[in-house]
Ligand binder design. Structure first.
Ligand code: PEP
Ligand code: MN
Length: 445
């Protein structure tokens, strides 16, 4: 890894896609300079800790749970929303830890997930064509010319929203909320009317009994009352990510201090492109999404660029092949990368290869397809003797109706009830827990 960061101008001279087009370069430059002066949002040592935890995942000693919104919104920066997401992620992690009997590394798509790549630059409604919504980092969701204009000042909004979110996440992670002895309370606000609820309650009671036993034996450990929780997002906007990069005073190495783990999306992972070139230079643990058309050679070229030292934990390949292609296309990618001798984390994103438009126009996913891809992912790894290291899920703590199926058997007609996502459809709380139980069963096999 090189120590000197390419200038933003040098990055911008490389092939680059999915970037905003700001109207006034002067204003953009001022915003970037402002961001460069602001304190880091995360610290180099925390990024190193996460890389070490992911190293354990790469070495088959742990499992990765990464999840959160497709797109966070500025309006969603409030206590209830953040708490809800944390609660569902912690509940899922507990289910997986207990059944799988191994540590679960917890990473949110949170505190920075504000920019979205889009397949189309524009959107047309009733004869009016406007720029697509690219996340609150770039423009507004509202379908008006004014809202959809790209505004660099929103990047300061991203910084502030991320700082406020991280502050609360840190407080929840260490301030008592995440105490395992409160495991029943994480569920308290939800109606307990489903099988999945009953199953969770039974598991929580079992864990509670084990904890009481441990305490009676005199075991008291901080590990039971706090959690390590990390923040991640797609490193999409080069202006923002470059401006948030700092030299660590301890090691003199570069870290992108906008989040602990940064990933490169399926649309921006070109080997000669600006995103790969930029992230090559930072020490954070990195993720790369791999879609169904990925070849073994492509994956190896990306790994060579981002993980030249074969460092377990440095690179997480997040495969999102779709429920059909996972069984046919994933094996060749795994085999090619494993043949290089390096250990990467293999994580399954069962969301992005399974999106479709329902008859009533809603963008949705079927819970059955999601489960099918996860099962395919486990089967493929089982056949190859490799480690299915983790899952990457779009979810929310709320009882939204965005994905079909699951324990509540959501149908297309139900999508209208609570369809609240700013971008892709998310699993609701019950669907997330149900998936956690399924993953736990596969881990326990
Ligand atoms: C996402 O994670 O929201 C996303 C856009 O994913 P992908 O790059 O895999 O399409
Ligand atoms: Mn998405």
């Amino acid at each position: 890894m090189s120590q000197s960061l390419p200038s933003l101008e040098a990055l911008n001279a490389l092939p680059r896609v999915q970037q905003p087009s700001y109207p006034d370069p002067q204003v953009t430059a001022e915003v970037i300079n402002q961001l460069r002066r602001l304190p880091p949002l995360v610290f180099a040592g925390e990024c190193d800790d996460l890389r070490a935890h992911l190293g354990a995942v790469a070495n088959r000693e742990a499992f990765l749970l990464q999840g959160g919104d497709c797109a966070e919104t500025f309006a969603g920066v409030n206590a209830a929303n953040i708490k809800g997401k944390l609660r569902v992620l912690l509940s899922m992690a507990v289910v997986m830890t207990y059944a799988g009997q191994l540590p679960v590394v917890k990473v949110g798509r949170i505190a920075g997930q504000y920019a979205k790549p889009r397949s189309k630059d524009t959107e047309t409604r009733r004869g009016l064509t406007l720029p697509s919504y690219r996340g609150d980092a770039v423009n507004g969701f509202e379908f008006t010319a004014e809202a959809r204009e790209h505004d660099p000042k929103r990047l300061v909004g991203v910084y502030n929203a991320s700082a406020a979110t991280l502050n609360l996440v840190r407080a929840f992670a260490t301030g008592g909320f995440a105490d395992l002895r409160g495991i029943h309370a994480w569920n308290a606000d939800f109606v307990r009317n489903s099988n999945v609820e009953a199953r969770y309650e039974a598991l929580a009671s079992e864990i509670e009994r084990a904890l009481v036993f441990m305490m009676a034996c005199g075991v008291e450990d901080d590990q039971l009352s706090t959690v390590d929780f990390y923040a991640s997002h797609e490193a999409l906007l080069l202006d923002y990510e470059h401006a948030m990069t700092r030299v660590d005073s301890r090691s003199q190495l570069l870290y992108d201090c906008s989040g602990h783990l940064l990933w490169i999306g399926e649309r921006t992972r070109q080997i000669d492109g600006a995103h790969v070139e930029f992230l090559r230079h930072v020490r954070n643990p990195l993720g790369v999404k791999l879609g169904p058309t990925t070849t073994g050679e492509e994956a190896v070229a990306i790994a060579d660029a981002l993980d030249p030292d074969h460092e377990p934990g440095r690179l997480t390949f997040i495969t999102r092949m779709g429920s059909k292609a996972v069984r046919t296309n994933l094996p060749r990618v795994i085999e090619a990368v494993e043949a290089t001798g390096r250990k990467v984390v293999w994580s399954c994103d069962p969301m992005h290869g399974n999106t479709f438009e329902a008859d009533n126009g809603y963008k949705t996913r079927s819970f059955a397809d999601v489960c099918d891809e996860v099962n395919g992912f486990f089967d493929v790894h089982e056949e190859l003797g490799t480690w299915p290291g983790g899952v990457h899920i779009e979810l929310t703590g709320d009882d939204v109706t965005e994905c079909l199926g699951g324990i509540d058997k959501l149908a297309e007609a139900d999508l209208t009830n609570r369809y609240e996502t700013a971008c892709d459809p998310r699993l609701n709380r019950n669907q997330s827990l149900e998936l956690a139980f399924m993953v736990a069963e596969r881990l326990a096999d």
